[in-house]
Design a binder for this molecule. Sequence first.
Ligand code: FPP
Length: 247
Amino acid sequence: MAKLDLPIIPQHVAIIMDGNGRWAKQRGLPRTIGHNKGVEAVRQAVRAAGECGVKYLTLFAFSSENWSRPEAEIEDLLGLLRRFIRRDLADLHRENIRIRIIGERQKLRSDILPLLLEAEETTRNNTAMTLIIAFNYGARDEITRAAIQLVKDVQAGLVDPQDITPDAIGSRLDTAGIPDPDLIIRTSGEERLSNFLLWQAAYSEFVFLPCYWPDFDRQHFVEALRIFAARDRRFGGLSDATTAVVV
Ligand code: FPP
């Protein structure tokens, strides 16, 4: 692969994979074909991220709100995730990729939870890249669970309420130990966060691509990195250029 000539590569990229259904509808195909093709795009995204030197890639695979879809579509999506883990785990492990799962897992069905735990356990010492799969994930649910844990820690005398800081909350989120996303990509032209990483996205850059997720490939990934590299991130401060004028 030719080296990317970009001044900066985001450490953490998160993706809202949207548009599988519309991709299928446009072609007169059932939604399930769109989801199937979406898994191919997942493989492309993981490969592209690794090749570009991204260290953390988060994919929004199934939201806590997706349970309201028709039963058949839910089964379809769960089946695809199960097959992805069964078929691709060995390859991901060989490529030294660590897998982490974020989302509510206490109430997960027995046909999916053990697979997710196995993927995490098998790859726990891998260091090339971390692939974070958001499954049964909703940011408000994640923050609520962190708040409950914090209250329990206060009640147990482990935390003094006066010492509660943003870090005390961050370290109780599912993403504890993972840096915040520098770049969040959403495909399909929709421009919203849809309950994804609400806490962690405080200073993320957003890139909205018009393509539907099944069409997403390495070129789209690199295009998003180029847009990101041209952004001026200030984190609430002043940019270097502005400082140069002010001083
Ligand atoms: C959005 O399309 C996509 C999803 C709800 C699921 C994404 C899941 C996959 C790509 C497959 C499994 C994931 C992994 C990690 C193997 P949509 O159905 O909302 O499309 P629409 O908005 O056009 O209807």
